[in-house]
Design a protein around this ligand. Sequence first.
Ligand code: ZN
Length: 298
Amino acid sequence: MRQLTGRTFTAAVRRGKFLWLPLDDGAALVAHLGMSGQLLVHGTAVAAAREPGGDAARAFLGDPDAPRVDLTATRAPQPASDPDVRPRHLRVRLRLRPIPGDASTGAVLDLVDQRMFGGLRVVAMVPTADGAPGGAGSPAPLIPADVTHIARDLLDPHLDRPAAVAKMRRSNRAVKTLLMDQGIVSGVGNIYADEGLWAARVHGLRPGKTLGPRVTARLLDATGEVMERALAAGGTSFDALYVDADGAAGFFARSLAVYGRAGQECRRCGTLLRAETIGGRSHVFCPRCQTRPRQARS
Ligand SMILES: [Zn+2]
């Protein structure tokens, strides 16, 4: 991690749960954000950095007009035993070169994760296989060498959607498992998968092979719409106030159709929602809107 001292981060790029900060020497600091990980900038002149939809969040989401935060590391990362004020679940802290207006304690970039620490490492960048940008946040057609196996995010305009649909329809696995398979499409967490399946009226246990091309495309569209709605509501990753175990921000959680609502009425038909387990995760569905396959396998 001493490789970071004196380096300047040139962007913040995201693909699925991976977020990387390209460095001015051609490598990148790569974070795997897991289910609850967050990268937060504190004590900087950019006051909106922690606000949902604020400047740093916009920058992280790839808004080219968002103001840039000076992300220049001045020292090697501090262990979480740093005696300074620190948020709960702080895993790694980077001190940044001060800019006018910063807090007297100086700006820091914190990696916070309330669950298992997803990891942070410096990795060489390689060209993307399709020549398109590596992820949201930078036009550079580069990707960290250890992220190349991760498929493009469902909201990435460069995602090869017909290829993703074809991959899902070739598989015998449960469609919910396929939707959350980062080798097919990334960025789809448990909440988004359940919400997308309900919106598209598909039961999560349906094998990919039983789905028609239109239904599969509709499922990807519906899931992407839920993700866009979550981002518009402040995202599920940048809410500093409250994040639940699956990453649902408090505000967005109240607009969910099925996630966390087992036993309550379907918002479409009034039938009581049910839950079952798919691949170790809870799947909440409407037994009337989402017909369960007869010989279901998970
Ligand atoms: Zn229903």
